[in-house]
Design a protein around this ligand. Sequence first.
Ligand code: UGA
Length: 444
Amino acid sequence: MEKIRIAVLGMGYVGLAGGMAYAKHGFKTICTTTTPSKAKNLNKGIPPFYEPELEELVKEMVEKGMLSGSTNNIETIKESDVTFICVGTPSLPDGSADLSAVKDTAKDIGTVLKNKDDYHIVVTKSTIVPGTTENLVLPILEKYSNKKVGRDFGLCMNPEFLRQGQAVHDSLNPDRIVIGEYDKKSGDVLERIYSGYDCPKMRCEIRAAELIKYAANSLLATKITFANEFSRISEKFNIDVYKVMKGVGLDFRINPMFLNAGCGFGGSCFPKDVNAIVALSKKIGAETPLLDAVLYTNELQPMHFVDIIKDTVGDLRGKTVAFLGLSFKPDTDDTRATRALPIIKRLYQEGAHVKAYDPKAYYKFKPLTDLPIEYMDTWEDALKNADFAVVQSDWQVIKDIKPEDFKTLLRNPIVIDGRRSYDPEELIKNGITYRAIGWKNLND
Ligand code: UGA
């Protein structure tokens, strides 16, 4: 293999941000998608979703001829040495992952490998439960190629740990790279691809790599849930949970990350992955009382937030709420499992009306509900004449709203904060009634 050529099957966050990073590290990379407009746009340097800094880097790589888009898996695999499977694995109703896209891409790869002489390496990068690469992908590859893994082609599993909103940073500067390998030769090639990445690299068996991904996401979700549970305890004691978690996080064995209490974790990963590992564990007879509690608590937390809202403003009937932030977190237009949805649904059940503001997420949020939400162009429009403001996602533009703005635009200067977007003392000093998850019980 001279210069390794890379095929990335899938143009989501993992596929495109990863593909851009391979291109930036000097590997010619083609990303595929089943949607022709996405491939066409990528070839003009336009990514299919919003992610800070992604567009400029994608444009640069496309212009340099290092990155391109295609809808043709077969041709793309033919022209590559290493193929990464980065397709989506959405949740099925029972919590398990829908693997149909993984199977389809494995068939395409197998079909190409049948007539390919060089030692092609297949890498699963989609989040898949332990055993999927060896029990599902491997047999499909062997069946369609009529070849033998480890002898005629190689197989690895290489989980991705990037965060949305920081996808560019994380894919260029990962904190670790995990290489699960079927055969040493394939692991060596992956290590060569990642040789320019300055971080620890860990090699292990394929199943361990698959489970590391679930364990990491489950632990992060558990940390958040732990902080959320303490937010309720803190509220009863009139203590600020952020101070408590600061003190806890200063222990180097714990660290302060992912201890921010809020209205629960959302997104395409934590809810899906914790559900998937719980569903699989139940199937194979492993008990998961801790993760069951994490999932349960995460559904309670948005309801607890509405209880705080009601406790602050009383009866919600006829009230207009300025709802700030619809995406599952800032810096992304993604609304999958956003906590905004259960909160807004309950606000309507309680008789309120919502004027919402989000910098990017309307087009992904609107299809999620038929509720008569007013989608406002600016945060000023959302605040104007609303009875009070609620923050669900702490975009910088929302964090930059000044106490005077709340005072002049809202009917009542009340801010109820689900993400600790503001300094409570600052708002209270400026005459705002401030309530938040894990903040003191009263404005005292
Ligand atoms: C998460 C992980 O952080 C990544 O390492 C992983 O690669 C990714 O899932 C994935 O499996 O693909 P992501 O879902 O993009 O990344 O976003 P996070 O920053 O982890 O936030 C997830 C949710 O937790 C958000 O709703 C966020 O508001 C919430 N959160 C996060 C808190 O409530 N408190 C915190 O302290 C941190």
